[in-house]
Ligand binder design. Sequence first.
Ligand SMILES: [Zn+2]
Length: 392
Amino acid sequence: MRRDTTPSPGSQTSLREANRSRIVAAVKRFGGLTQVELAAATGLSTATVSTIVKELVGTGVVETETTSRSGRRALRVTIARSAGLVAGIHIGPRSLAVALGDLAHDVVAEQALPLPADHRPDTSLDRAALLIVDLLERVGTDLDGLLGVGVAIAAPVESGTGLIAVRGALRGWEEVPVAQVLTKRLARPVHVESDAGLGALAEHQLGAGRYVQDVLYVRLSYGTSAGLILGGRLHHGGSGAAGQLGHVQVSPAGPVCSCGNRGCLDTEVGEAALLELLRPALGEVTLRDVVRRAQQGDPGCARVLADAARLTGEVVAGVVTLLDPQVVVVGGELARAGDGVVVALRESVHRHALPHRFAPVDVVAGQLGPRAELIGALELARKETDVEGVAR
Ligand SMILES: [Zn+2]
């Protein structure tokens, strides 16, 4: 378990406040811990933890329940559900998903719907806001019960302006300040990150990258992207455009990409390229059809997806050689097509990355499946919510 290294300033009051914050931060991060685990996570004594937990129960910030660990009775501490809910939104290239979660990391309601290609920002954001209000009603509350919103969007986000950092990444959305638009509709703080980044965050906090500090999350979808956790933190890069795996050049004389360069990876493994390869055999199909057919054992669809994974693996191998992550986690719609995709990507990474002296890097399917990005959006909202401030 990682220790919180927040520095503790001198005075008694500020020390007490710092200790309270450490405990709340640890409970927020891990979802629910016994007092002994809390002491280990924060570096505080069990007596201090016990005193502060009592105070926090009194102010309605946390709840406790009796549980057993290794056969002994223990008190499990979670953030109080009455502290409020957060909302997560995933705006994908062809889908919209919305969820409500409590501060104890549980999803309490969710809904997803398909979107047309090149969906418009104003209608999609309206729908997302309406869905949140709907879900709040469904669980018996309203906007007053909502603390904040996290948004995962299928494009890199520029940290300063909150605008999409790469032209052509999500057509029509370049000039839309997503956080501002949703804040206006919902009157709550809204935080936006790329969906690959939030997929990485979710797999790091709760999934396949849980016990390590350096995670490369590869999102195989209508386009290809990556999320990077370096030293336990989400890496944005200088302009917010980190993780644009699909725009790494693989053939200098290749076709012109949506970004304006030539021969990017996505010109070979993006939606249009994959469907083009299958057109002679299958005619007009969608990427959803291709994934479904591959799951059902269609050899042509499985072959096209495995070949795409293999080429993507060559690019991922370069990133692995450069950054040396402990694990590569594979997510996105295409990863659902079956083991073939992850196996092909793993073999390709192992073949092309710098051979490791002891063991090659782990390349595994994500544990959170297609909801990783949505779970990441909830995590982002939780991370940005000042729980103690809410309870005061
Ligand atoms: Zn490109």
